[in-house]
Write a protein that binds this ligand. Structure first.
Ligand code: TXA
Ligand code: MG
Length: 316
């Protein structure tokens, strides 16, 4: 890959010049542009080949910076206080005069905000002094990268380069919580669970429904069924391997199968999440007919892992 490995200072200058930079976070790598620049935001949509009805989230240094751009209600303040920096994106009403590019939010009055737990990216936001818009740094519908070697050359060529922050610790995108309705609702499951949130705000919230109504694009616009997809087909809940398939195991594997990769031999969901996109990326090779994935338990981070796997396996 000929893309440039940038220092934080170089990345900051490029962002201020309305160019794009790939940034590390604790979840997945992001394709970053200045959140106040129409030009930068248009470049993000172009580079990702992202449909223009799918809004971007912004990354802030801290709750004080968030407060300049969105209305923080009591739940938002309590959650940010306890869980930021961390893998939680809050959907909140925008402050209309604050200067965020209107292209970010595709005509919505709301915006997703998160404070990422990665020191290099926090240093970058501090240096730039303005929030950074960043969707995951994959082409639309492809797998999200969790290390720089997974970056798509077509996408990286449209940026000034990347900041190398190593392997993403969590490996799966942030939990998205909509705080603009009467009852807070999880729009995308991630490492912060429903229970983590309910404990902090001390009231029940709506869990992730798993159901995406394509007729209501405004609530979870990026959550079309097909997403995070490798090029070859995925077969879920596999207990055996068909001829030609790669076998992606979780926990103990029946010896006769011979797994190609194991998300976590000890059945640890944190480890499995951090390996998920990297292993799908490694097995997504034309000499396999598909990837058979063993069942993942539907609790804790397993909910987010299964959500991504169902989308990866979806044909539409
Ligand atoms: O972990 C993450 O959240 C990563 C890292 C880079 O921070 N970012 C990420 O961004 O996953 P993206 O764009 O790939 O996913 C954000 C999701 C999209 O599905 C988008 O539709 C949804 O958030 N979203 C953005 N703004 C929204 C809004 N105002 N209301 C509802 N959903 C929104
Ligand atoms: Mg994404």
């Amino acid at each position: 890959m000929s893309a440039k490995n940038l220092s934080i200072d170089e990345a900051a200058i490029n962002l201020q010049d309305e160019c794009l930079v790939v940034i590390p976070t604790e979840t997945v790598y992001g394709l970053a542009g200045l959140a106040t620049s129409d030009i930068a935001i248009a470049k993000i949509y172009h580079a990702k080949r992202r449909p223009n009805f799918n809004p971007l989230i912004i990354h802030v240094l801290d709750v004080q910076q968030a407060d300049r751009y969105v209305y923080l209600n009591e739940d938002a303040k309590a959650l940010a206080d306890k869980l930021w920096p961390g893998p939680l994106t809050l959907i909140l009403e925008k402050k209309p005069e604050a200067g965020l590019s209107p292209l970010l939010s595709c005509g919505l009055t709301t915006v997703g905000v998160r404070c990422p737990q990665h020191q290099k990216t926090l240093d970058l936001i501090k240096k730039v002094g303005i929030p950074i818009a960043a969707p995951s740094a994959n082409l639309s519908t492809q797998l999200s990268p969790t290390s720089v070697d997974q970056l798509n050359p077509d996408l990286i060529n449209l940026t000034s380069g990347f900041i190398d922050g190593g392997s993403c610790e969590i490996g799966i995108e942030s939990t998205i919580l909509d705080l603009t309705e009467e009852v807070p609702t999880i729009l995308r499951p991630g490492a912060i669970s429903q229970q983590d949130i309910e404990k902090i705000i001390d009231k029940p919230i709506k869990s992730f429904s798993g159901h995406v109504d394509e007729n209501i694009p405004h609530k979870s616009p990026g959550l079309q069924k097909k997403h995070y997809a490798p090029d070859i087909p995925i077969r879920l809940n596999a207990l055996s391997k068909n001829s030609g398939e790669a076998f992606l195991a979780f926990g103990q594997t029946p010896q006769e199968i011979g797994c190609d990769l194991n998300l976590s031999e000890t059945g640890n969901l944190l480890e499995a999440a951090s390996n998920l996109f990297r292993y799908l990326f490694l097995l997504d090779k034309p000499h396999y007919t598909g990837i058979a994935v063993m069942p993942i338990p539907q609790h804790d981070l397993g909910i987010a892992i299964n959500d991504r796997l169902i989308r990866a396996a979806s044909k539409d």
